[in-house]
Ligand binder design. Sequence first.
Ligand code: ADP
Ligand code: MG
Length: 225
Amino acid sequence: MSEPIIRARGLGKAFESGRVRAVDDVDLDIEAGELVAIVGPSGCGKSTLLNLIAALDRPDAGELTVAGHDLMRRRDLDHYRARDIGLVFQLDNLVPSLSAIENVEVPLFGTVRPARRRRAVATAQLASVSLSERARSHPPQLSGGERQRVAIARALVNEPTIVLADEPTGRLDSHTGALVLDLLDRLRRERGVTLVVVSHDARVSARADRVLRMLDGRIAIGDGS
Ligand code: ADP
Ligand code: MG
């Protein structure tokens, strides 16, 4: 078996001066190309675990290696985030004053030049989520499902190896949620990205290669190792 693309050993993150152990002694191996669902009750540490993998937050115990980067030691984390990680949140957090195409371009600043090339790359990405016609619309003019598709295009525009999604269908109606899941599935098949999805949506678990159940900061079921 090859090296897992995400590997954690004894991973820990506490808040409130150690009183809240949000992620507690987690061991985890995720292979490249896997779709892993993370489920568990509110407050069990799912978002904290994703944030550690995304290097949005620093672990305070254990080991964490993602796509060959030692996140306990590595310093240029902005570069790691920009190159290797795509993030999709429940709240799409698009910039409302920018058009759809401009939102998709945001991650390309600093990596792709000139502006004309950025526009071309973002245009292709927006087409891949079937939103070419909405390129000039601003987020307030888009439906929830359209906004989430723009957010997915933005997450994928740098061709990350890993996409982390935190309740991506949580605020979408059932039909729109299904479209977003189809899209994530297709992008995984076509690009071989590794997908880690926190979701209560049974349709996510049904499509996943593995379902990890968290409880009180720990992985209770499904680490499979
Ligand atoms: P989930 O995503 O499973 O609902 P979280 O990872 O958001 O859970 O939270 C896990 C625990 O850590 C909760 O008890 C939460 O209150 C706490 N927590 C998360 N982030 C912070 C923070 N920035 N400061 C203090 N406590 C936090
Ligand atoms: Mg959460």
